[in-house]
Design a protein around this ligand. Structure first.
Ligand code: KG4
Ligand code: ZN
Length: 339
């Protein structure tokens, strides 16, 4: 079965073709970073219009790369939420129309489920069950994953998501959009520990997080301005504070569930310091850490195609042409099957 995946929830247009027998055949992403840069963040209307321009050329690219024709597609999976309403509508209309014209099912996919399952596309995929640390721009969640569609929420951020904290702190430090990678680069030139930031909720008895206080602490330190070296040291300390809490709670979650595997997904999963700390502290506890390939950490169509294929195989999806709905706010908890 050949599944086309369509991702358009925010500022990346991603298309991919996944074969249930041959794996990922092609994936292509257009990032809108350059377009939004001047505005310091994503402009939703511009994002929607750009998705419209990119979808058909990207479809051509993935079909060529996979040496396939439109008629070979057996299902079209698309991100139905959560995300920007206009951007989601563009991908949803495209996917539903294409599916209708081909007479194949259209599968609305939860964006975070896409991230959650993306490490299964790696060369040595983890077996179920595992604990997943989902760290994206909008969400920070720890999940126990027993199988496709079998998720148990163990803990989450009570305020800002980890990616959001990176983005907001980057802005305070005068860095451009997207803030996460920019802050990580600056942090690489600085030294953690010279400034001291709190480790929010590190010692609480639950698996929840809170990151909004960190940005306030950074704001106080930035005050009237900082020299370049000081900014780098503060960025390094911020990165250290976030990663320390993420690593401690993620590994604690794995031990609480009596498992030995942790899967990391979402944009912040691309952070090298986070990976370093997870690898070394995980190894000390005999916990194996799985990551998606770097190119599949941030938004992409491959994870949506893969998720669609899994759902199709689990026969969980039906045909619902003509009545598609997008969900700009769609809690992942709604996918959790009653135990
Ligand atoms: O998963 P994603 O691409 O989109 C969402 O679904 O939100 O995640 C984007 C988030 C942004 O907040 C971005 O700043 C952050 O991931 N991010 C990073 C890094 N690369 C992306 N944060 C820290 N370090 C990075 N290297
Ligand atoms: Zn995402």
């Amino acid at each position: 079965m050949l599944v086309l995946g369509v991702e358009s929830s925010c500022d990346e247009t991603g298309l991919a073709l996944y074969s249930t027998t041959r794996g990922l055949l092609a994936h292509a992403v257009h990032s809108q970073v350059k377009m939004h840069e001047d505005y310091g963040g994503v402009v939703p209307e511009l994002a929607s219009r750009d998705h419209i321009r990119r979808l058909i050329p990207l479809l051509r690219i993935v079909l060529d790369e996979a040496a396939a024709e439109k008629d070979d597609i057996d299902a079209v999976a698309y991100t139905a939420g959560p995300g920007l309403a206009g951007a989601l509508l563009v991908g949803a209309s495209f996917a539903e129309a294409l599916a209708l014209s081909l007479g194949v099912p259209a599968l609305p996919i939860h964006h975070l489920e896409g991230h959650l399952l993306s490490p299964l596309l790696a060369k040595n995929p983890p077996n179920f069950p595992f604990v997943a640390l989902l760290v994206s721009g909008g969400h920070t969640q720890l999940m126990r994953v027993a199988g496709v569609g079998r998720y148990e929420l163990l803990g989450e951020s009570l305020d800002d998501a980890a990616g959001e904290a990176f983005d907001k702190t980057a802005k305070l430090l005068g860095l451009g959009y997207p803030g996460g990678p920019a802050l990580a680069s600056l942090a690489a030139t600085g030294q953690a520990g010279r400034y001291r930031l709190p480790r929010p909720m590190l010692h609480t008895n639950d698996l929840n997080f809170s990151f909004s206080g960190l940005k306030t602490a950074v704001l106080t330190l930035v005050g009237g301005g900082l020299a370049d070296g000081d900014r780098a040291d503060l960025a390094a300390e911020f990165q250290e504070a976030v990663t320390e809490v993420l690593v401690a709670k993620a590994l604690r979650a794995v031990r609480t569930c009596k498992l030995d595997r942790l899967v990391v997904a979402g944009g912040v999963g691309a952070n090298q310091r986070l990976r370093q700390r997870l690898d070394s502290e995980g190894a000390a506890l005999n916990i194996r850490i799985h990551y998606p390939e770097l190119s599949l950490c941030t938004d992409n169509g491959a994870m949506i195609a893969f998720c669609g294929a899994q759902r199709l195989q689990a026969a969980a999806a039906g045909q619902n042409h003509g009545a598609f709905a997008i969900r700009p706010r769609w809690p992942l908890a709604e996918l959790i099957a009653p135990s």
